[in-house]
Design a protein. Structure first.
Length: 390
């Protein structure tokens, strides 16, 4: 009887070992000529079930690496982590779903019915203001936008409604001349019933590597009919203790017909508007520009000869005793003929005219680097831009 029990236990152990779950998922990641240092990277793998937490294990790191999952199609997922790896090297990573690797996280928090904030370790980085359009309160409800917060505090460094040019607010997007046939709409000032309105959240991203979302925004005529549908995607991550990065992607679709997206560099495009304090104190504003424009006076706005197709631009300003620099980068994949607008009262951004036909999306891709304290050098901005442009 004792021998039988021993044999049964041995059989049970072998049976359970054979059925002990799937093999851990592993993958290789190979760097190019540039080394990775604390940069977000990803790999696509297949996983049958989506775990709540994910860590990565690799031979070159003693501790586990916090990671986050972004769902793709089917059983494919994209695993993101903050990587540091020598150039021209290959490392093998093993996905661990049975371990913990605590780290600060990016999380979304709703502050009221029309506003949410993205927090990192409990501190706000951006806010999404998405009021429901009200024809009885047009000025406060005519466009959604994203506020930007101080990298080291909880105060916004962008302007909302009100102040000088109330329609300028945070990071915003529009054209003052949207033309369809013989009809024309002003999606910049939005004073005649046409407006942009948040429709729904398509995706929300949170975890230890970055946070963000994809929202659908409808561009509507004065009767509330949809003219254009936009998918606006923002991804945000810490770059240092005093700076963070915002990636802004827009995909704009025409519902019917051929649209002309037109206007001028002062009234169209993806724009950044600093806090009202800057408009009240214009002497706190200056610009940092690419090397080709280094001889221009940083306290004067760009003239017509020097504003075409800039790869990047930066605005430096102060609010009370705090100094900020916002670097605005335009991806090489954006259409040509972009004009960079600068205003000492605290607005800058790129205007690109475009003809948009039904079914073919208009794609724009920008990156904002938000820095508090001493301004980055031209060389540092160039390095950041090259990493973005790859």
């Amino acid at each position: 009887m004792k021998l039988l029990s021993t044999a049964f236990i041995l059989f049970l152990f072998l049976f359970l070992s054979a059925c002990g779950g799937p093999e851990p998922v592993s993958f290789e990641y190979t760097t190019g000529d540039e080394a990775l240092f604390q940069a977000p990277v990803s790999a696509t793998v297949t996983m049958d079930e989506i775990p709540e937490t994910v860590c990565l294990e690799t031979a070159s790191r003693e501790s586990l690496i916090p990671a986050q999952i972004e769902e793709q199609t089917g059983a494919n997922v994209k695993i993101w982590w903050t990587g540091s790896q020598p150039s021209n090297s290959t490392e093998t990573y093993t996905v661990r779903t049975d371990a913990e690797c605590p780290a600060p996280e990016y999380t979304w928090e709703r502050t009221d019915d029309d506003s949410i904030q993205l927090l990192y370790d409990g501190n706000p980085l951006i806010g999404y203001e998405h009021p429901v359009y009200d024809p009885q309160d047009v000025e406060m409800t005519k466009k959604p936008f994203h506020h930007v917060y101080s990298p080291t505090g909880d105060e916004t460094i962008t302007k909302g409604p009100g102040g000088l040019y109330s329609h300028h607010r945070g990071i915003f997007y529009g054209y003052n001349r949207v033309i369809l046939g013989d009809r024309e709409f002003d999606m910049w000032h939005a004073e005649n019933g046409e407006h942009t309105q948040h429709d729904r959240f398509l995706k929300e991203m949170s975890g230890p590597v970055f946070g963000g979302h994809v929202v659908e925004i409808d561009w509507k005529d004065e009767n509330g009919e949809i003219l254009l549908e936009e998918e606006r995607e923002l991804r945000v991550r810490r770059f240092s203790s005093e700076s963070f990065v915002i990636d802004f992607d827009s995909r704009l679709y025409a519902i019917a017909g051929l649209f002309s997206l037109s206007g001028d560099l002062q009234h169209a495009g993806v724009q950044f508007r600093a806090d009202q304090y800057v408009a009240d104190n214009e002497d706190v504003t200056s610009f940092i520009r690419p090397p080709a424009l280094a001889d221009l006076d940083p306290t004067e706005e760009l003239d017509e000869e020097n504003r075409m197709d800039l790869p990047w631009n930066a605005m430096n300003y102060s609010i009370e005793d705090s100094e900020y620099t916002v670097v605005y980068m335009s991806h090489p994949s954006n259409p040509d003929d972009g004009e960079m607008s600068e205003r000492l009262y605290g607005r800058f951004g790129e205007f690109i005219p475009y003809q948009l036909s039904e079914g073919a999306p208009y794609l724009l891709k920008y990156r904002f680097w938000i820095v508090e304290g001493e301004a980055p050098t031209v060389e540092e901005i160039e390095d950041m831009y090259q990493a973005f442009a790859e």
